[in-house]
Ligand binder design. Structure first.
Ligand code: ADP
Ligand code: ZN
Length: 220
């Protein structure tokens, strides 16, 4: 049966960065709603055009849209040994829809990992983030700089700043997180599956903590 891990925490806590590392290291499927939505926007599909309106403001895309794409993704790859859900669920409705969809296939969330950090760190991470136009790899001008300024180490693509990483939008994303997503912490706490890691660490230290946690939880 597939292992299901949920990464929870404010934007900029390092979920996406760790999700990429974990997927590669343990052979899990990385399911990032942000990446899937941005892909739909880039392809200018109907869904993408609809989602873009919300994303540019830093608001949440309607629950039904994101739930569909996540459930499709999991079911399409249902033989995968594990899934890392990065950026989903973000509302109570999404959490309930996810549970219902998983239980229909006899699946369960194993662990929800909360990346705890402060708004100051979130803001500095997001405002310094740069993304590759070609392959989507993430960098940070100070913390994870590319070898050559403005150029992706992996594919040579051009790096740019995401529209929603500009300061005013970042503030709205943090507010949306506090208003809608934070309550999921107590939701999963009550279910006894919430574990907390520090979102303030560098990439290697955060990975080390996660690996230790997974050993303790017997998911690796
Ligand atoms: P971050 O986690 O850094 O905010 P993401 O790349 O995960 O960035 O998400 C970017 C945007 O995509 C969000 O601001 C939101 O508009 C949309 N989005 C991503 N995941 C969800 C979700 N589960 N529900 C609603 N909207 C989402
Ligand atoms: Zn690249």
């Amino acid at each position: 049966m597939s292992t299901i891990l949920v990464l929870l925490g404010p934007p900029g806590a390092g979920k996406g960065t760790q999700a990429v590392v974990l997927a590669k290291k343990f052979g899990w499927t990385h399911v990032s709603t942000g990446d899937m939505l941005r892909e739909a926007v880039a392809k200018k599909t109907d869904l993408g055009m609809e989602a873009k309106k919300y994303m540019d403001r830093g608001d949440l895309v309607p629950d039904s849209i994101v739930t569909n794409i996540v459930v499709d993704r999991i079911m399409r790859d249902s033989s995968s040994k594990g899934f890392i859900l990065d950026g989903y669920p973000r509302t109570e409705t999404q959490a309930l829809s996810l549970e219902a969809a998983l239980s229909r296939s006899g699946m369960l969330i194993n662990v929800v990992i909360y990346f705890e950090t402060t708004p100051e760190i979130s803001i500095s991470r997001l405002s310094g983030r740069r993304v590759c136009k070609k392959c989507g790899a993430n960098y940070h001008i100070k913390n994870i700089p590319p070898k050559k300024d403005g150029i992706c180490d992996k594919c040579g693509g051009e790096l740019f700043q995401r529209e929603d990483d500009k300061e005013s939008t970042v503030r709205n994303r943090l507010k949306v997180y506090e208003d809608q997503t934070e309550k999921l912490l107590s939701y999963y706490e009550k279910k006894g599956i919430l574990r907390t890691v520090s979102g303030d660490l560098d990439v290697e230290s955060a990975f080390r903590d996660l690996r230790n946690l997974f050993k303790k939880e017997s998911v690796i």
